[in-house]
Write a protein that binds this ligand. Sequence first.
Ligand code: TYD
Length: 195
Amino acid sequence: MLVTLEGLDGSGKTSCIEALQAHGGLPAETTFTREPTGAWYGDAVRRSLGDDTADPLAELFLYTADHAAHLADTVGPALEAGNPVVSDRYSDSRYAYQGVTLADRFDDAVAFVRSVHRPWTRPPDLTVYLDVDPETAAERAGANNKFETADYLAAVRENYERLTDEDPDRFVRVDATQSEEAVVEQVLGTVTGVL
Ligand code: TYD
């Protein structure tokens, strides 16, 4: 079972992941992981995030390389061993975020980014989507990188909406404007319910 957490920067994913890790109710062999990863591919992504002039298409392939290595080295082996995996961001982050950075390069950038993944990725079984308005997200995130402005996040959110509309059975939406305790409780309930 592969569970992913998605949402805008500042949606509260990190608190939810920490609560899930601290929670005694998940199987002991659960693998917690994230994208961008801590491997050198993830370092390349973070380097690109800090570069305002990075080419968005090159950046897509850095993120995607990180995802390929993540699947090969972490997610795939854990699933093959029969262990649950919980990932803080995963392929939907690419569809939503690079769907915006590449919007002026492709007629349907979300579809393009999906098509790059489709032949080889492993789709999540369940995706918890922490839904927050872009203004709150930008304020909470504190605009640390080039993606964390309200306008940009509004477009990312539209892409997340599209993804949830296209795949309603996979997504569980959580209203992330609620108090942190309420959000964490809902996410814990959802994830412990399936794992
Ligand atoms: P994030 O998980 O927020 O990292 P941190 O907790 O270190 O801030 O991810 C960093 C940024 O990268 C975030 O703005 C979202 C963006 N991102 C993409 O644009 N595409 C992707 O595929 C991923 C995984 C992240």
